[in-house]
Design a protein around this ligand. Structure first.
Ligand code: PLP
Length: 446
């Protein structure tokens, strides 16, 4: 233990001296050192084991260190570490084939990127070139990535300091019944009014100026708002009516997270472009991409696509994807996510909601759930303001960690997003820890 602690202390000290962290005021952070991981668990610098109910950034869908995927990366490294994108390569070809087999409808061409943000960058570029239009509509309460176009698509406060007013993105409200912008009281009302609102935005912005509508099939970091039945189909119809490209961002919701390969599969909708990353290879090696419809692919049949990257379809990343997808199929990992969500997490959260006055709403599917925490169940005042944290939220997170659970928290929400491989026992153990942590939130209510 002493040796581990000394090593972890060195890691921490070097981190504080030299590592510049994402999204942070550098002097105000104190990163947890992680020294090892396996399955649903990680180990911190003091040797404590934590149940990973975050899947890191909701990307480790097959769990940590899956031996078959580790072996595939090792084998690929021994064979061919890297190759330029203009060459055909077995790892890239196999991964593209396996992805195209699973993406909905006729999305059969795959453009590989390094992650989710650049997948969205390229999807927007393709839509603009395909339509000859510039403007893009995106949702409030969304996250699409940290690069320039992607952060401007984003509908959360991380956009604000990056928005110079020249991105060509216009935001609209999606359906979110619990905090309805449309004074709706039922899912059907929320769906109908959200679609009418979107059609008004299209009409007033000018249909002939709009290249694409970008949305997360199920918004993730912004709160896991599963769309009401009919909403995504309605957006699809609006896109068809006005010649707008539909881009579904499945970076977080895709590859098993919702209990199906892609979240759009729950709604029988095929987008024109589908972006993915994270779960495609559980983040073992950075990878993202765009799945492209035949119509859009045709636009670039005899006209060069003006975009590319040195590591498009990198062999280590695509070998990891081919192995991860194969493992997910062989081991029934997508079905496990659906079953654990329906049989353990969903019922478990509904039971917690009956006992904890700090729970305003629970919502989700598969291994993709949000607990919306409030100060008051009647007024629905959030336990932390939009875009911020609060002492009460910090206390809930600290209690989870002290009890051996690594949570995913955002503003006033705790998300329950374990790996798709999580067992019933692990899911129950995690919910029991959250149950105890919520007592702290309850106690602070007036
Ligand atoms: N889109 C969604 C829905 C995401 O959740 C994320 C990351 O959290 C991204 C895009 C950006 O992906 P990356 O961080 O790999 O660039």
């Amino acid at each position: 233990t002493t040796a581990i602690r000394t090593e972890a202390e060195r890691t921490y000290d070097l981190d504080r001296a030299h590592v510049f962290h994402s999204w942070s005021a550098q002097a105000q952070i104190s990163p947890m050192t992680i020294t090892a991981a396996a399955g649903s668990y990680v180990w911190d610098g003091d040797g404590n084991r934590l149940l990973d109910f975050s899947s890191q950034l909701v990307n480790v869908n097959i769990g940590h260190q899956h031996p078959k995927v580790v072996a595939a990366i090792q084998a690929q490294a021994a064979t061919l570490c890297t190759i330029a994108p203009q060459h055909a390569n077995a790892a890239r070809s196999e991964a593209a084939h396996l992805i195209a087999e699973r993406t909905p409808g006729d999305l059969n061409k795959i453009f590989f990127t390094n992650g989710g943000a650049d997948a969205n960058e390229h999807a927007v570029r393709m839509a603009r070139l395909h339509t000859g239009r510039y403007k893009v509509l995106a949702r409030y309460r969304s996250y699409h990535g940290g690069t320039d176009t992607a952060i401007n698509l984003t509908g959360d406060p991380r956009r604000w300091p990056n928005d110079y007013g020249n991105s060509g993105v216009v935001h609209f409200f999606g359906p979110f019944l619990y905090r309805s912008h449309f004074n709706a009281t039922t899912e059907a009302e929320e769906c109908e009014r959200a679609l009418a609102h979107l059609e008004s935005v299209i009409a007033l912005e000018g249909p002939s100026t709009i290249a694409a509508i970008v949305l997360e099939s199920v918004p993730g970091t912004a709160g896991i708002m599963v769309p009401p039945p009919g909403y995504l189909m309605g957006v699809r119809e609006l896109c068809d009516r006005y010649g707008i490209v539909l881009i579904a961002d499945e970076v977080m919701a895709g590859f098993g997270r919702t209990g199906k390969w892609f979240a759009v599969d729950h709604f029988d909708v095929t987008p024109d472009l589908l972006t993915f990353a994270k779960g495609v290879n559980s983040g073992y090696v950075p990878l993202g991409g765009v799945a492209i419809s035949p119509t859009i692919a045709e636009t670039f049949a005899d006209r060069p696509y003006p975009g590319g990257l040195t590591y498009s379809g990198h062999p280590l990343a695509t070998a990891a994807a081919a192995a991860a997808i194969t493992v997910m199929s062989e081991e029934g990992i997508v079905d496990n996510a659906a079953r654990v969500g329906a049989e353990v997490i969903g019922p478990g959260l509904r039971e917690l909601a009956t006992r904890h006055p700090s729970i305003g709403e629970i919502r989700g599917l598969g291994v993709f759930w949000a607990i919306e925490l409030v100060k008051d169940q009647v007024t629905r005042e959030p336990l932390a303001p939009y875009g911020a944290s609060s002492p009460a939220m910090n206390a809930v997170v600290a209690s989870c960690k002290a009890q051996g659970l690594l949570p995913f928290a955002n503003f006033n929400r705790v998300h329950v997003v374990p790996p798709c491989t999580v067992t019933d026992e692990e899911a129950r153990a995690g919910l029991a820890i959250i149950d105890a942590a919520l007592d702290i939130a309850d106690a602070g209510l007036a």
